[in-house]
Design a protein. Structure first.
Length: 303
């Protein structure tokens, strides 16, 4: 489910930079139509979200994800409003156009971002908070810690194969960050959804084979409960009835395939459970307000 939620919105390749800084510094990252992240490898710094939330202290091994691309400032200390206003834009700070990070450095970070298509955000991604802070705690989230260690050794090292290794590790990092949030969340709905045996089993069935001729009765039999029980629990937790969610997911998958593959509409229709390209085109246009062909053209211009 986490992988499906990410693949529904991710476009292009993620990017990252290894940053070293020392002394007094303050840099701004403007809002972005994607998701940003920072991993502190050494030292400590502060993150100040534009949303007005409390400053976040980041220490060595800490990870912070900004899943909705919120603008923010990172600095060596919890700076005041005047310093925030004077913060140097990150790209200018990074390339030395203004005050460049000092060599060596008291702080080392990985700073990066993911490109996301906001037109079709899965509800799991939509409910993530503006700032997800994952402090470094011994023995907690070992997969996330392993990904951080591997990334720290690859980014900026210029090793053979890094152009393949780094994007793949960044993809893993996003999965592990969201997993870690789900394990720790006390407020999000989707950790509860995926922890419920009925709703989770139904979602797995629909996601694993969206093209199957699902009905409420068939899905209930697959899950091993009555149709009324399935409908009640699924709708309460997910926010849509099972068949309404299936329609939404089929069209979301169609959009992903249009964006990421050269497959003809007939092939995509078969993959997502529509009997003819016309049936898919009609449903797609009703849902997205544009034809599949125009959607594909627009997606190509963004990639």
């Amino acid at each position: 489910m986490v992988s499906d939620a990410i693949s529904a919105v991710r476009i292009g390749q993620p990017s990252s930079n290894r940053v070293r800084a020392s002394g007094t510094w303050c840099t701004r990252l403007t809002s972005y139509d994607g998701a940003g992240f920072h991993v502190v490898l050494e030292g400590a710094c502060w993150l100040l979200p534009d949303s007005g939330g409390p400053p976040v202290t980041l220490g060595a091994g800490d990870v912070v994800l900004l899943p909705h691309g919120a603008g923010h400032v990172i600095a060596d200390s919890p700076v005041d409003a005047a310093a925030v206003e004077r913060a140097i834009l990150f790209d200018r700070w990074l390339d030395g156009t203004d005050s460049a990070p000092a060599g060596g450095g008291d702080v080392q970070m990985l700073c990066g971002k993911y490109r996301l298509d906001r037109n079709r955000v899965h509800p799991l991604m939509a409910e993530l908070p503006q700032v997800v802070h994952l402090p470094n705690r011994i023995g907690v989230h070992p997969e996330l810690r392993s990904a951080i260690d591997l990334l720290g050794g690859e980014v900026g090292a210029g090793r053979p194969g890094a152009c393949i290794a780094v994007p793949s590790l960044l993809d893993l990092l996003l999965v592990y960050m969201i997993r870690a949030w789900m394990e720790e969340s006390t407020t999000g709905a989707w950790p509860g959804v995926l922890g419920d045996p009925v709703a989770a089993a139904a979602l797995r069935a629909l996601h694993s084979d969206p093209a199957a001729p699902w009905t409420s009765d068939r899905l209930a039999a697959e899950v091993g409960v009555s149709r009324s029980t399935l409908t009640r629990r699924f709708t309460t937790l997910v926010g849509r009835a099972p068949m309404a969610y299936l329609t939404w997911w089929r069209l979301t998958r169609a959009a992903t395939l249009l964006r990421d593959t050269p497959d003809p509409l007939s092939t995509i229709a078969h993959h997502v459970g529509y009997g003819t390209p016309y049936a898919l085109s009609h449903a797609f246009s009703r849902e997205f307000g544009t034809t599949p062909g125009r959607y594909r053209e627009a997606a190509a211009r963004l990639s």
